[in-house]
Design a protein around this ligand. Structure first.
Ligand SMILES: Cc1cc2nc3c(=O)[nH]c(=O)nc-3n(C[C@H](O)[C@H](O)[C@H](O)COP(=O)(O)O)c2cc1C
Length: 349
């Protein structure tokens, strides 16, 4: 039903500014009642990070920064969501407009800059949702406030983890948004050590920390970063965030920010493959970037992703995409003789 409704309203939404359309849709989805998720094919049930997932398809960070519509994501068939990025204090983000559609490229460019209500509001919403016994896994993505000085960024992560860690199945340390000045510089062994020390000092019980990386890291730097992620005891890697490169777009554009959607797919997949070569099976990868079909999701999985996420394709294809990716993924596994997702992870590496 929601699928046909989206088809009906999409032309109207696409006449609005991208962020206005997004807010409208989220507003509608916020009223969604909690309900059982659609059934997932059994060969999609998977165990990652020591947790059972109904299926490996998740919602990427940024779509629901303030945890407005978690029940809707469950009903659409996602196996998990990554809420956030959540910051310690509320902040407005960059000036609007700050999201643009590139229709022919099935892409978006955004320079949102983590607008959000801040940790307290989001924590209360997630607590309320947890009380409804959700049947999808909940990841929470955290990031520093724009005005946090570089030497206090680790403290922001620790404070955020302290408040949100026990509410999340896993916490994603976002080091890769291109829209918070200086953030990507934290993708280095020294800075990772600093963040780890601050997180350890926060002593959050039973928490799994993952690091979200950019697709714009030079291959020579990616190796040492991966090694320190594993050595420091982080539990996984989310790859990738948006790119500041424009090569794959093939046109010049004056829009500033991170590019997502179809033109990002191969760059993300190459990054996933390189990370997999470095980390092997020591930590799982959540693959994200340009997934718009079951074949795309399968390609990321074969490149080394144990779970996948999407954002931009949901805008273009609509909410029916989640179920169709899951159905297609199940069929692709069967076609290739894999009994489960985990058997296909990294098959191409
Ligand atoms: C409008 C927009 C806002 C985003 N906000 C965040 C964010 O707050 N935190 C984050 O880690 N990633 C954010 N992302 C990146 C996505 O989580 C994802 O890594 C990226 O878009 C690639 O996936 P996709 O091609 O399926 O969209 C955002 C992406 C878009 C398009």
């Amino acid at each position: 039903m929601i699928e046909s409704f989206y088809k009906l309203v999409k032309p109207m939404l696409f006449r609005l500014d991208a962020e206005t359309a997004h807010r409208l849709v989220l507003g509608m989805l916020s009223a969604w009642p909690i309900a059982d998720p659609p059934a997932s094919p059994t060969n999609l049930n998977t165990r990652v990070l020591g947790l059972d997932f109904r299926n490996p398809v998740g919602l990427a960070a940024g779509m629901d920064k303030d945890a407005i519509a978690p029940a809707a994501w469950q009903s659409l068939g996602f196996g998990f969501v990554e809420l956030g990025t959540v910051t310690r204090r509320p902040q407005p983000g960059n000036l609007r407009p700050r999201v643009w559609r590139l229709l022919e490229h099935r892409a978006l460019i955004n320079r949102m800059g983590f607008p959000g209500k801040g940790v307290e509001t989001v924590a209360r919403r997630i607590e309320e949702f947890r009380g409804k016994e959700p049947k999808l896994r909940i990841g929470i993505n955290i990031g520093p406030n724009k005005d946090t000085p570089a030497d206090k960024v680790a403290d922001d992560y620790a404070a955020l983890a302290g408040r949100l860690g026990t509410l999340a199945d896993f916490v994603v340390i976002n080091l890769s948004s291109p829209n918070t000045p200086g953030l990507r510089a934290f993708q280095s062994p020294e800075r990772l050590r600093e963040i780890r020390a601050a997180l350890d000092a926060a002593r959050v019980p039973n928490v799994r920390y993952l690091i979200k990386l950019s697709p714009d890291i030079a291959d020579a730097e990616l190796g040492p970063i991966c090694e320190s992620i594993v050595d420091l005891g982080f539990e996984g890697i989310v790859a990738t965030n948006t790119t500041i490169a424009r090569e794959e777009l093939g046109i010049s554009t004056s829009y500033e920010g991170g590019l997502s959607g179809a033109p990002l797919r191969d760059r993300s997949r190459a990054t996933i493959r390189t990370i997999r070569r470095h980390v092997g099976t020591r930590v799982p990868i959540i693959g994200v970037g340009g997934i718009a079909s079951a074949a795309d999701a399968y390609g990321h999985i074969r490149a080394g992703a144990s779970l996948v996420e999407l954002y931009t394709s949901l805008i273009y294809e609509g909410p029916g995409l989640v179920k169709s990716i899951n159905a297609g993924l199940s069929a692709l596994l069967t076609r290739d003789g894999f009994r489960s997702i985990s058997e296909a992870v990294g098959a191409d590496v």
